[in-house]
Structure formats: structure tokens, C-alpha cells
Write a protein that binds this ligand. Sequence first.
Ligand SMILES: NC(=O)c1ccc[n+]([C@@H]2O[C@H](COP(=O)([O-])OP(=O)(O)OC[C@H]3O[C@@H](n4cnc5c(N)ncnc54)[C@H](O)[C@@H]3O)[C@@H](O)[C@H]2O)c1
Length: 254
Amino acid sequence: MAVTIDLSGKSAIVTGSGRGIGRETALLLAQAGARLTIADLDEANAQNVAAEIRATGGKAIAVKTDVTRAEDAQAMARAALDVHGRVDILVNNAARWTTKLFKDLTPQDYDADIRVTLYGALNCSRAVLDAMTEQKYGRIVNLISDAGRIGEPYLTVYSAAKGGVAAFTKALAKEVGRFNITVNGIAPGITNTPGAQGFIEGAGGAEKLAKAYPLRRLAEPIDIANVILFLASDMSAYMTGQIFSVSGGYSTVG
Ligand SMILES: NC(=O)c1ccc[n+]([C@@H]2O[C@H](COP(=O)([O-])OP(=O)(O)OC[C@H]3O[C@@H](n4cnc5c(N)ncnc54)[C@H](O)[C@@H]3O)[C@@H](O)[C@H]2O)c1
């Protein structure tokens, strides 16, 4: 008998799912049977992804959400509960980064990067916790980055924000495990998304960067989405507070 990951009956929110890794994740979770809430600042992209899921027979709503605003995060969770009846899975994927030397970053740059990347994960996690606690089931998956574990030049503040999300992942896992809620993190290597194009080009292109990767290629969004699916499912039921690099072997942090 084939082994399948079945998320039918589950409701999933993916933030920043209008494009890139978030979009690919939303499509994959929907393919596994989950009902989706596509939450993004870019409403047109969010609507397109929701329509794409519905066109293939899935269930999805789009909710314009600015994850930096606690009230938007609450409204996002309420919309998921109203339409889908529950919230089983939250993927904290939305993030923002400014690629500059630290000495050239303004306080406005780092305020904005930290607000989306760190506060966004806090706001959205807090918004779903009551529902997950009540139903005694939850899977929270946080997009981190090895920048937050080993540090990345030109991405100092983003590294700091992702380091914060990594610590939050471990701490929250310890608080909510008793309610059958798991909290895990994924640290992707450089992934071919719209958001990463500037960084890839600035560093000399994908081919040059891939030489530093044992698997000799950068990630495609599906490489990351596959591992998110695993962490969002019951295949990972006994894992919590863990962070996994999905980086073609680039970093081998424990
Ligand atoms: N692409 C990479 O190389 C890479 C590497 C390591 C980690 N990551 C992480 O993976 C995640 C996805 O990255 P990506 O490359 O797909 O990003 P991307 O820039 O391509 O897409 C990000 C999405 O988030 C949305 N967003 C931005 N600010 C928002 C806000 N305030 N509220 C709601 N939505 C908002 C954007 O509209 C966009 O749709 C991020 O957490 C990122 O830090 C990416």
C-alpha cells in the first residue's frame, strides 16, 4: 500500500503565500487535502493563489493581511475559523529583508525588517493559539533561515530577526506541547523565488552560488514546501522545537 500524507479535514493558514515559497506551500497543502487561507499583504496575488486552488477542486480563501498588525493577524485567524471551522496548521512564512552592509542600514530599514520577520510570526502565532489549544491540535511551522543560526553578512538585521524566530520556535514548543501543538522551524538555503532574485543576482548568479552547495544547485520552492508538508502533517507528530536546514547541505548546523 502506498504511503500518503493526507490533510483532508485540516485547515491551514500560510502567511506570505501570494508568491514564492508560501505560494508553493499553499498549493502543496491543498493538494494534500487541506482547506487553505491565503494571507498576504498583496491582495491580488493572494486572490490568484486561492483561485488556482479552487480551480483544481480545492477549498481556499484569500485574506489581505499585514502580519505586522496584530489586529490583521486576529482577523486572518477569524476568517479561517468562520469559513473552514478550525485552524490546524499555521505556516509563518511572510518575511522582509534589506540586503546592505549593516553600516548602511537605517533604523527605518531594520524596524521594517524586524516587524515583518519577527513580529509577524509572533502576531500570527498568538492569533491561532486559542483555537489550537481548545481543539488540542496544532502544527506551527516557522520559516527561519540559516542566516539566523550562522549569521549572514549583508543580512545582519534579517539574521537577528530570524535568530529571534528560531528562539521563539523552541520556547513556544515547550509551552504548548501539552496541548498537542507542535512548533518547528525550517531554514531554507537560497531558494529561487521572486524575493531572492536581487540577492542571487547581486552575488553573481545562481550558477556561481550553487558551487558552495554540496548538491550543486539552489533550492526550488517545492524543495522547501515538501518539508513544510511533512512538518504540518502527523508524520512529524513526535517532533517539536526543532529547526531543520533544507539547504542542499550548505549548512550542517545541529
Ligand atoms: N528565498 C530564499 O532564498 C530564502 C532563504 C531562506 C529563508 N527564506 C524564508 O522563506 C520565506 C519565504 O521567502 P520567499 O523568498 O518566498 O519570499 P518572497 O519575497 O518571494 O515572498 C514573500 C511574500 O510575503 C509577503 N509579505 C511581505 N510582507 C508582508 C506582510 N507584512 N504581511 C503579509 N505578507 C507579507 C509578500 O507580499 C510576498 O508575497 C521567508 O520567511 C524567507 O525569510 C527564503
